[in-house]
Ligand binder design. Sequence first.
Ligand code: GLU
Length: 462
Amino acid sequence: MNNPSSVATAPAPALPATGTEDLNPFHIAQQQFDKACLYIPEIKAGLIEYLKRPDRLITVEFPIETEDGDVRTFVGYRCLHNRVRGPGKGGIRFHPDVSADEVRALASWMTWKCAVVGVPFGGAKGGVVCEPKTLTKKDLRRITRRFVVDLGDAIGPYIDVPAPDVNTNGETMAWIYDTYQMVHAGKNNLPVVTGKPVDLGGSLGRREATARGCLFSAQRALASGLVDGMSSVEGATVVIQGFGNAGSIAAELFAEAGARIIAISDSRAAVMDPSGIDPAAAVAHKQETGSVGGLAGTTPISATELLATQCDILIPAALENQIHGGNVDSIQARFIIEAANGPTTPTADRALFARGIHVLPDILANSGGVTVSYFEWLQNIENEQWDLVEVNGKLERYMTRATDAVLKRQQEINGSLDALTEQRAKRGLPKVELKRADLRTAAYVRAITRVATVALERGIWP
Ligand code: GLU
């Protein structure tokens, strides 16, 4: 349980972004998509309209008898954005801010992520509106089971395959598998969900995969000369926002690779130690007290100060809209690696790009998670267990290939702005001034082109 005393000494986290910026995540996902489509003049307008929207959004509302004796109703969503390239794939999160539009955005990011990294899945995402901090394990198990039963055949090994996301983990995935198996007995249901515990068909390396993928991608981008004067994470100072699965393991792996973790935060507190935080000690402290606040040898800082800390690498590993128009000018990082989904708003993207601060975008940087989910799905279908060296070796190849492709695509786009402008004119598309594309746009262009190509190859049914 949480230790309230250590939490109470920490400064309160910053409020979410304010101001005039539209922070609806689905609007943001659509803006990113529209921006990328400007650079793909050959894509049909009707196809753009289709790919911009999710195929379906399921909403369920169900009661749970909570352990405190109450009966409470929860709202859950599962959105399938697109499955042109394969079954839907994407996590399930438990969070009070889950909404229909958040799930729509996250599902569409999954479509692009799977296409960027090259795994044969479409995009999906789910969530239940709840505050896990105030619920018991039994409550969460009941919520999970009831949610899965209510989703019925909307999920399935070849339909839509959930995975962990914010506030869900291997244990949650085991409950999902067990519930699905109860109502679909008689066949191999292991591939219905990924991120399972290893002794229940989970893949070795899946728990670390998001963070490890971030490291592989970052190392490759840096070795390619993306950031002047930084050819590797070795010796780099790193700030990590969010200390869940992605953030805490990123701290460990980046430190192992020679980086110095100088500040970390979670939803309750942020702490700093310029001489370097020991990630293992931070993980142990968080396990014991529920927060990184009060970690020995660190100074408490505010969430705002954390993001504004001067560092080489900033890793947002929490939620959407953390770097926005209201705080982007305070960012003093040289390189941003998005372990979270949607942490940077379009306004912030523009400002960072103008300042020459590269952002390794979520749909590339954090695609290691779904990549090893794909490996898990394959192992489940084959009834195999790959060893860790094989999993990590394959992950490295996927991340390296995707990173190279996105870097190359950015160069191609930026080297052909005039030609693209001409093609747009020839096709009678509206006149726009095509600016140099950032890495997010390049990643989107790669993803949209791949999905659109397959959609046309398959033909629009009927
Ligand atoms: N929730 C993770 C993500 O956002 C993993 C999805 C998966 O493995 O299917 O990428």
